[in-house]
Design a protein around this ligand. Structure first.
Ligand code: GLA
Length: 756
């Protein structure tokens, strides 16, 4: 004990002398999206060498931590941006209250190893080859590289280094955190658990936790619960992100938090494999959020000289409620994350044939649909499942990525040429990571799937999961996609993934490395996506997983949009889409107009209602156009024209939830352009009851002093609605829409008058 104290002290002193030699303020260059109302702020890193503190100021947020007297890295502040001269007092370890409550558990640490009596969730747990499992990490150094701050921790005895990476986004204040573990010992060690980061919140007795849960066709349900001492675990053990819980959370503070007011802390993981987020609250009511790979069935062998980097855990703070938190995330995704950031182009209106034809695709049928789609203003024609191998239904063909010669005797070229001649670009469905046992690929390579030797191989939708961690499988998948994109003029891939993992074995890997399949699979998935995009820069990709089971901030670095749900019923979609936008931008959300009655629940709705529901995101048409009459085409063309006029505002603007669809009876959203020149409001009435009028809509986010004119289809606004008024008027007095009946919808826009 005595000896440990001495060594600790020595390391601490030399580290401090080394690292705090000077006081630095760095204003990094940062790639920013269009500033919100011109209010962009640069990210700054400040280091106070006397108090031994680090401070990140970005957007409206300040994040601060420091090295305490025990050499541990301790969170000091995370919240609304402080004044530059405001002091950040030095870190001081919390001594706890008794021998049962040692400082290692009581002190809010940024990243903590399992050792020295830790009983809360560790960020890192290691087994060394000699049986030692004690790991105590202390600060040794820091480095600033551009806008990235790196803090280095080291075990008190062994040469295990942990580099903590911090990068703050100057516009939104969202901080990207990850950890790199380096083994400088002379023997391989086993990482049993490693998270990206821990976020610590101040003590408060009125926190409310929000997260998103679901299942196939019922994704993105908002769950809210009071946070109490104890632990909540959000997790996927499925091999991919999953739709049961999405790797996103928000924690609101206040007795009655609402959409637009109050403190909210939120976070999201950038990882598309199995994951875990732990929300622990201690007896002092201080939440502590730790996230990254799930430790379940996890093991990673780190050879001497090797390092491994965790996924990124993004965290942000909003002082304008959970609505403000969503808007920060939306801006961050579009401005700093997606492949086309900081200025993603508006999403084209697409047509997809899946609900019209199912697997029954062929040249003549697709061309006929393409002609009809072009006539209403569709810009992208996407052929879905069924075009390859022996794919007549979902029993065969997956893995055989050659064009089916009966359905397309001349290959894809005639169809693609036809689509181009109609003024649209062409997209194609693929499901690259899967194989049907009834396929050439599986017959030739039965060892390519995830499996345990001599154990059953459980199927889902008659398919097995290819083990993308294997270099030969990675080469095959990249190879066929590269060939497909090289030989055909394809602008878009809908990249599907239709089951979870089972029997996650990798028998051909050395035994101590077999569980690395969870990490290496996803790393190869990302590297394929990155390499394809680099080689075919014009190609856009949609992430789809039988609906919304693989949407996260990891895959969104390589994909341009996401399919939120196979449920395309326009009423169900109101709440599905509402949930989606808590974490992800409306512009990333593909939304199709499909047939009525809907296949999912046999509900009948008007074409206008279906359009208005889908126009809240990135608009697609998935209906069987062969069944439409002339009036349907006229309505569709008109609404698509209307959508194109407002889509930039809807897809990339600021979203305000005026009334949640969870209320049952009504809902409304408002999107405001980044420069506030325009707003688009969508209002939905589920079912009129007892003559009750639709509640007046109090708008948000407008320039209060500017004059806006209001525009709507005849009859959608209440009699007496004025034509023009100040932004303040529309926000304070509001707008009355005249909706009556069942499944009714209205759209109106506000335009700022010229010269304002
Ligand atoms: C998944 C997708 C659907 C469709 C089918 C095709 O279920 O979510 O949109 O592409 O696969 O098999």
């Amino acid at each position: 004990m005595q000896e440990r104290k001495l060594i600790l002290k020595t390391i601490w002193h030399s580290a401090i002398c080394l690292a705090f030699a000077s006081s630095i303020v760095i204003t990094p260059r940062f790639s920013l999206a269009e500033p919100v109302s011109g209010a962009s702020k640069a990210a700054q890193i400040r280091i106070d060498d006397s108090a031994h503190t680090f401070r990140l100021d970005a957007g409206d947020t300040t994040y601060a931590f420091g090295v305490n007297q025990a050499g541990a890295l301790q969170t000091l502040y995370w919240g609304k941006r402080l004044r530059p001269a405001d002091p950040i007092p030095a870190a001081k370890a919390d001594n706890g209250t008794s021998s049962f409550d040692p400082p290692v558990n009581a002190t809010p640490q940024e990243f903590v190893g399992w050792g020295g009596g830790l009983s809360i969730v560790p960020d890192l747990k290691i087994t060394f080859p000699d049986g030692n499992r004690d790991l105590v990490l202390k600060y040794v150094d820091h480095k600033i590289d551009g806008n990235q701050l790196t803090i280095t921790l080291k075990d008190i005895r062994r040469d295990v280094f942990v580099h903590l990476l911090y990068k703050a986004d100057g516009e939104t204040g969202i901080i990207a955190r990850s950890a790199r573990i380096e083994n400088h010992t002379s023997q391989a060690l086993t990482i049993e658990q490693v998270f990206a980061a821990t976020w610590n919140l101040p003590a408060s007795d009125d926190y409310r936790l929000t997260y998103l849960t679901g299942r196939w066709a019922d994704e993105w349900n908002l769950q809210q619960q009071a946070l109490r001492p104890g632990k909540v675990v959000l997790e996927s053990r499925k091999g991919s992100t999953g739709d049961e819980v999405n790797p996103w959370f928000a924690i609101e503070r206040g007795q009655q938090p609402d959409q637009e007011t109050g403190d909210v802390w939120f976070g999201a993981l950038g990882w598309s494999g199995s994951w875990q987020i732990n929300i622990e609250e201690d007896w002092q009511e201080r939440p502590r959020i730790t996230g990254g790979y799930t430790p379940f069935d996890f093991s990673y062998l780190l050879a001497p000289g090797q390092s491994m980097e965790t996924p990124t855990f993004y965290g942000g703070y909003s002082h304008t409620g959970i609505g403000g938190a969503s808007r920060l995330l939306h801006r961050f995704e579009l401005g700093s994350m997606v492949p086309q950031a900081p200025h993603p182009r508006v999403r084209p209106v697409l047509y997809n044939s899946w609900e019209a034809t199912g697997f029954d695709v062929n040249e003549a049928g697709q061309e006929a649909l393409a002609e009809k789609a072009a006539s209403i203003g569709v810009e992208r024609f996407v052929m879905d499942d069924g075009w390859f191998g022996e794919r007549k239904d979902d029993h065969a063909g997956l893995g055989d990525w050659f064009v089916n010669p009966q359905k397309f005797p001349h290959g894809l070229k005639p169809l693609i040429d036809k689509v181009h001649s109609l003024g649209m670009d062409f997209g194609l469905w693929v499901e690259p990571e899967m194989v049907n046992p009834d396929s050439e690929l599986y017959r030739n390579h039965p060892d390519w799937v995830l499996n345990f030797t001599d154990r059953p191989r459980s199927e889902g939708r008659n398919q097995l999961v290819l083990n993308l961690a294997r270099p030969d499988v990675r080469a095959y998948v990249f190879g066929f996609l590269d060939k497909l994109l090289t030989e055909n003029d394809i602008a878009f891939l809908k990249w599907d993934y239709n089951r979870n993992w089972s029997e996650p074995g990798w028998p051909s890997a050395p035994l101590p490395e077999q569980k690395e399949v969870y990490v290496k699979y996803v790393e190869n998935l990302y590297s394929i996506l990155a390499e394809l995009r680099q080689k075919h820069p014009g190609v856009e990709i949609e992430t789809c997983s039988g609906g919304g089971a693989r949407v996260d901030l990891g895959i969104l670095r390589f994909t341009d949009e996401a399919w939120p749900s196979d449920n395309t019923d326009p009423f169900d979609r109101l709440s599905i889409q509402d949930g989606f936008t808590y974490a992800y931008a409306p512009g990333l959300m593909m939304a199709w107009v499909t047939d009525s009655p809907n296949w999912m629940n046999n509900r009948s709705t008007s074409l206008e209602y279906r359009f208005l529901s889908s126009m809240q995101g990135s608009l697609g048409i998935g209906a069987n156009l062969n069944k439409w009459n002339a009036e349907d085409f006229t309505i569709a063309k008109h609404l698509i024209d209307q959508y194109k006029a407002i889509r930039e505002t809807v897809q990339q603007g600021s979203l305000y939830r005026l009334m949640s669809p969870e209320n049952g009876e009504y809902s409304a959203t408002e999107s405001v352009a980044q420069d506030q020149h325009e707003a688009a409001v969508f209002a939905f009435l589920h079912s009129s009851s007892k003559g009750k009028p639709f509640p007046r809509l109090l708008l948000r986010g407008l320039d209060p002093d500017a004059t806006y004119s209001i525009h709507a289809e005849d009859g959608s606004l209440a009699d007496g609605t004025v034509e023009r008024a100040s932004g303040d008027y529309w926000m304070q007095h509001g707008v009355s829409v005249s909706l009556r009946g069942d499944f009714q919808a209205a759209l109106f826009t506000l335009q700022r008058e010229p010269g304002q």
